[in-house]
Design a protein around this ligand. Sequence first.
Ligand code: NOJ
Length: 740
Amino acid sequence: MKQEQVLELLKQMTLGEKVGQLIQVLGEDFLRDNVDITTGPLRELNLSNEDLYNVGSILNVVGSENIRKIQDEYLAKNRLKIPLLFMADIINGYKTVLPIPIAQGCSWDTNIVYDCAKLSIEEGKVAGANVNFSPMVDLVRDARWGRVMESIGAEDPYLGEVFAKTIVQAYQGKDELNSKNVAACVKHFAAYGAVEAGRDYNTVDMSEREFRQYYLPAYKSAIDSGAKMIMTSFNTVNGIPSSVNKWLLRDLLRKELGFKGIIISDFSAIEETIAHGVSIDSKDAAYKAITAGVDIDMMSRAYSNNLKNLVKEGKVSEELLDESVLRVLQLKNELGLFENPYGNANAEAEKRILMSKENLNKARKLTADTLVLLKNENNILPLKKCNKIALIGPYADNIGILGSWSIFSEGVKIPTLKETFENKVGKDNILYSKGSEILKEKDINRILLADGKKPIHLENEEENEKKYVKEAIETAKNSDIIILAIGEHYKQSGEACSRANIEIPRIQQNLLNELSKLNKKIVAIVFSGRPLVLKDISEKVNAVLEVWFPGVEGANAITDVIFGDINPSAKLTMSFPQDAGQCPIYYNHYNTGRPQRGDFRFVSRYQDIPTESYYPFGYGLSYSKFIYSDLKISNKKMSKDSKIIVAVKVKNDSNVEGAEVVELYIQDLVASVVRPVRELKAFTKVHLSAFEEKTIEFEITVEMLKFWNEKLEYKAESGKFKIFVGTNSKDTLEEVFEYE
Ligand code: NOJ
């Protein structure tokens, strides 16, 4: 449709039809035969059956058959034949579930992040999704927050920036969005990752400098890459909830950053501003949200119950409403839905590509590059095939490894570690024992009840616990090595899954304690959605492989790494703390006036634990051994029109071919405001064959030196800068240069 036709359509719309476009509801109700919303969640929205055929978009219903049925029925009743938009959360895969986003980021590889996003969207698109609620680019520094699992750049603003762009381009294409692609919805604007004490939905309060410097860049990058939508966050930003925050949405997002796309609230977030205590009632919330700039109300009653009246009463101008409606119509038009309301929904393609052999093979390769080797004493890994292996633990034969966003993949059949290990070395070489449940009955029931699910009952829990451990010990006695597959439950991370204790569940720690008395070699495979406190575990075992929630090909990929078919190369994008008491902990912190000096008392430190993380940002091992040397800079001085070339030699000092992520950090030594001890500014992944050495070069540009100064201007200041290059954020070579 031409732009004039879209404008013409807008003119023909009644007030009710316009408001409809700004309402998003759950799709389930549309799926019932003889849709009648006098009951069910839509009743709450106060929609009439007639209103239902005016809503602009629906949430989380996909599947080509569903899409066709809903769209046909909807269009039959919609006066102006304006098609519905289908939006969904295809976060780490649709049917071919991939590693959770934090894991994908640990590849430190834009090709891998791109391929994951592409695979997800190719499947999601034939299932009919028009908009994907991804990427999630919230900067995260507190592992207690359950949603760190969703963050693609995790603790680092630069990684967030790079991957935000990568994912938007994978969904939307590099050029203008067209009907073959899916629109990206970047979330959650803004600073949702900074919720106090890591408790979900909690307050966020920070200086504007801090916000602009660390939290804003990833959202900005998604917007600059053309993301068509942005979702507000649940939290307050400096006293005002995001969904009614005029400064955030109108001044910063629309005016300063030039965002032209659609702003959608998060689920029910507009009405939640009443509970926040800034809106008197639903009408007030609707008024505040639309004037702040929210176009679509996701599942709160505020817009459906009040927008019409607000316009009629002259409190909200029809022009303002029209601006929002036009944005929605335009997106529908860009996606070609007026010509083809089913978009890319395609039953034949669904059969062909969803979880196809090709996609599973791709997934297996991608997944292997997200597994982080944290410890490998005496090169115990990779395992030799001849070992008699005791495979023990609640994750040894478990399919609950898809992560909490696997909402479209219920019931998909996936291999477990037991099966893939047996395939690799033969059944006779694998001695399996469960060892323990993931959680105790009371702990799992707390999760199930909060989810509205039925509690479970574990018959003879105490006795079974002992029995499992005993069996595990017997099994382990007959083995050469123990592989222990442990971790948190997949429902312990994700939305509303904040935890104050971020250790491996105690029941599994007990299992390890007992096994470690056998004095056998132990390799721990750790499943989690967040950095865990692994100190105790790590000290009791010989190797640790962090596998996150790795997805449908997780077991195969882990097997590939454990047996050396793939050499691990992933590195942490978030610091692993010594203790939850350190959270928030992040590598790019400031120095304080009293940085730690040995055991001196009056310095910034803890009395009972070290200050630094247990596993630092950027850390991850390989089966190869990499040596860094000869860090050189092309010039000791740099001006605003010149660049410095940094060169470093990286040698693979082993007979195993491998890939190494080379990381470059910069520190501004003296500035008008305090600057972090180091900040990641560049990285590259280099492949080195056995004993090969390469010289890696980076270019230092003035852009890398800029920051939000004392006057809140984004500028570089003259003075000395330190460059660090190395294998992680701690072990680096250094050089100094001066910027004039
Ligand atoms: C709430 C979550 O915060 C958000 O990430 C998600 O996209 C929406 N629900 C829609 O499911």
